[in-house]
Design a protein around this ligand. Sequence first.
Ligand SMILES: Cc1ncc(COP(=O)(O)O)c(C=O)c1O
Length: 382
Amino acid sequence: MSSGRILIVDPIRSGGIVPEGVKKNLIDYLDGYSTCLYCTGDLHSIRHPNIKKLVEELETFIDCSKVRFVHGAREGIFTVMFALYKEYVLKNEKAPVVVADGNAHYTSLLAAERSMLEVVLTKTTDYPEFKVVPEDFEEKIELVKKNYGKPPLLALITYPDGNYGNIPEIKKIVDICKSHGIHILINAAYAIGRMPFSLNKIGADFAVGSGHKSMACTGPIGVLAMTEEASQIILKKSKYKKNKEVELLGCTVRGAPAVCLLQVLPYLKERVSKWKTKVEIARYIAERLEKELGFKLLGEKPHNHDLLHFETPQLYEISLKVRDRFFLYKELKKKNIIGIKPGITKRMKISTYLLEKERADYFIDCLREIVERFEKYAFTNK
Ligand SMILES: Cc1ncc(COP(=O)(O)O)c(C=O)c1O
């Protein structure tokens, strides 16, 4: 699907649209194991296509020591948790607990569960901002220490979260976790590829990104970024096959998504440099929707990300009157706008990432026109 003809406001799609020019180049790589013709035993060292260079460039792009492909952010999170579990929990050195921010994504919880770990969630502030409370990491870490007699295995920070698009106060949280000597994993599924991101500057041990969510990439692919020290735990080699990395089962993404990432990287570098403008557009849209349509923005204000979540009681009222929960979805579709969840009217979650000023105005004007028309003709317009 092209973002040129159709306006996409879907939070999970907006950052994953592959640029038109790249799509046609991928056809040669649709066959199985298409990256493996010149393999010398390790996906990350292949030079044709130049995966080796891609990995090195990603290390610069994310500003970290080591990068490996995974199949998505969730697989990256699981890889880290399971490797740490074996390294520390099985040796009775750490408690089988992840302390995660209160806005953590469900996939982080499942990754912990699959790794036989418990999750302790930190507090967030109340409605309407739901901001992560950094100081609660201290409380929760102490609680785990008290209950288990050992520090938690890992701290996980969702940066930003996928529900409100809140960017947590990362420095404060990292400092707290570091003062307890706890490894830190950043879930940057909504950050890497959209906005500037530096693992070194943040000072965490690991970060995961999502190719299909935020790196303009066909899926499934994600990136796992590590410091040198952290990579010693994750990238251990097999005792049976000397050059194979066990946690990656040897090789991960052995096909088109890796080649796609290779081809879109220059585009990603260029687009993250425009992040300030993206945030300005998001704020502009949020402000107008609040002022002109009475929607209420949830999450932090001023907002710092393109993911916007609104309460929309007026849409719910209209849906009751016209007895059609899908009215907005259908009307927007007629105007070539897609990406709001069909049938959901009490709330609206959108991403403004693909909207330049002109298209932002078009989106707002369309919403206004639909709401005004339906409020006026609600009873007769069925
Ligand atoms: C905040 C957040 N983290 C992780 C994920 C999972 O990403 P992936 O599909 O790359 O595993 C999502 C996807 O919706 C998300 O919103």
